[in-house]
Write a protein that binds this ligand. Sequence first.
Ligand code: UDP
Ligand code: MG
Length: 156
Amino acid sequence: MEKTLIILKPSTIQRALIGQVIDRFQKKGLTVAGCKMMQLDEQILREHYAHLVDRPFFPSLLRSMQATPVIVMALAGKDVVAVVRAMTGATNSRAAAPGTIRGDFGMSGQENIIHASDSVENAEIELRRFFKPEEIFDYEPLTISAIYSPDELASA
Ligand code: UDP
Ligand code: MG
């Protein structure tokens, strides 16, 4: 099954929204393949947000992402990268559509609840960045045949 990385950001930890955010992914039918809490340092954030290091808001983003430990998760499912990005919503929470996680839980462009990988290629890179191979698990939940058709499972 395809996998993606999500990070529950420090503002989500502070606001005690962990359960509600994870609940959405579980209700959708995605499988938690990895999960841990970690304190991010500047080095990993410079790598993870390399496309943003020259932007004026980068120092603020660095502080924000280090304010508390975060929860990193590997989620598994068919087309999971695209499904999770769609559930996440636009970067600016104020512009994010109602029904998306950012649209329903946030008011900020920076404090926007979660990170989600934006392509299959980046998901693989990001999962390697935050997890050791043995921290990601390939198991099939008992509900799998109620979540997908046999055809969908065969091609996943
Ligand atoms: N960000 C910000 N100000 C901006 C754009 C982005 O603070 O103007 C932060 C925000 O927390 C965002 C993160 O930088 O989630 C990564 O930005 P990206 O453009 O990759 O957005 P995402 O993929 O998270 O939607
Ligand atoms: Mg991004």
